[in-house]
Write a protein that binds this ligand. Structure first.
Ligand code: DP6
Length: 342
């Protein structure tokens, strides 16, 4: 019988964006960020025995040579090897990661992907079958988030449900992640409108490096503390109009920094622009409080209160969408497989 550790980690959509790093080797962001954890997961299975092949899964083993070229595989493998070296775990483990919606959809997959990889690997190395058992081995949620952050910065926000604040702190060592409000505080939804399924040409890590070359970067950083306070108030008071205005201002500002960096990185496509215009029109016509935010990609995230879910769905009938609510956070469990099969 083979014991398989199963980690499920959600993705998150940033309201206040992490864009630019003060120190890339220590994954120290240039600014605080704030996100909502989404009901959209990556699942990683980990075991000390080879796992049966799985359709649509990325397979890793901790002692694999770094030859993978596919972007996620490369990032994941590098992180796994870093984790093993950092924590002095030498035992070989095998992992499979699967995304609820394929990564190639261009849907933020690095936060959940690297998050679930980290959680499953730690569970397997320490033989912990629950989050509380992991904590008793010294891997508290804070510690796991910190380790996942090394793989992908935004992954650290995925270890709490609801609304989450990643604080930059005074030094790289004093940065921290804390929940602002829980999943049931405010019933918001995110409908992701897939305007393009192309993989992005510029990775976000590369984009982070370019951010400080934009003349808009420093003025942006100066504006962010005030915007953070406004975001916090809008969330705590459940003020959708204020939240919406902040979301759009912030997303457009990040894309302005992207487009004005040297060389420029343009993540929006013509289809993004066309959709945003359409949104503008329907918002006026229907007087619906639906607002957009954008990631480092062309797809649009629509944020709105759950009571408008049907109205939003009927407006978007002709689009490919993924409609998700708020997640309560990650989970960890085990299952057994006979002779390596399950
Ligand atoms: C635009 O976390 O993917 O989604 O730390 O280099 O892995 P690395 O970058 P990543 O950057 C996310 C950028 C963003 C904004 C955000 O999630 O805050």
């Amino acid at each position: 019988m083979t014991l398989i550790y199963k980690a499920r980690v959600p993705t998150n959509i940033a309201f206040l964006k992490y864009w630019g790093k003060s120190d890339a080797t220590q994954q120290w962001p240039a600014n605080d960020s704030l996100s909502m954890t989404l009901d959209l997961y990556s699942e990683t299975l980990a075991s000390r025995e080879p796992l049966p092949a799985q359709a649509g899964a990325y397979a890793f083993s901790s002692d694999q040579a770094l030859t993978a070229s596919e972007a996620f595989l490369h990032k994941g493998l590098r992180h796994l090897q870093w984790l093993a070296a950092q924590l002095d775990f030498s035992e070989r483990i095998y992992l499979h990661t699967r995304n609820e919606f394929p990564a190639s959809c261009g849907i933020a997959s690095s936060a959940r992907g690297l998050g679930s990889l980290t959680l499953a690997a730690l569970a397997c190395w320490t033989q912990s079958s629950s989050l509380s058992q992991l904590a008793s081995c010294g891997f508290t949620r804070e510690r796991i988030a910190q380790l996942a952050r090394a793989g992908s910065g935004s992954a650290c926000r995925s270890f709490w449900g609801g609304f989450v604040h990643w604080q930059r702190g005074e030094t790289a060592q004093t940065q921290s992640v804390l929940p602002l409000a829980s999943q049931d505080h405010w019933d918001l939804r995110d409908t992701i409108v897939i305007v393009s399924t192309q993989e992005k040409l510029i990775s976000s890590s590369q984009g982070h490096r370019l951010a400080p070359t934009s003349v808009q970067f420093v003025p942006r950083l100066a504006r962010l503390p005030a915007r953070l306070a406004e975001f916090q108030t809008a969330i705590l008071q459940k003020n959708i109009r204020q939240l919406g205005q902040l979301l759009e201002e912030e997303a457009l500002e990040m894309h302005a920094v992207m487009a004005s960096s040297q060389p420029p990185c343009v993540y929006m496509s013509e289809a993004t622009q066309t959709f945003l215009q359409f949104l503008q029109e329907i918002r006026v016509q229907k007087a619906l409080p639906i607002y957009f935010t954008l990631d480092a990609g062309p797809n649009v995230h629509l944020i709105y209160e759950a009571r408008h879910q049907e109205a939003v769905a009927s407006l978007l009938k002709t689009y490919q969408t993924i409609d998700v609510g708020i997640s309560s956070g990650p989970s960890l469990g085990t299952e057994t497989a006979q002779d390596g099969h399950h």
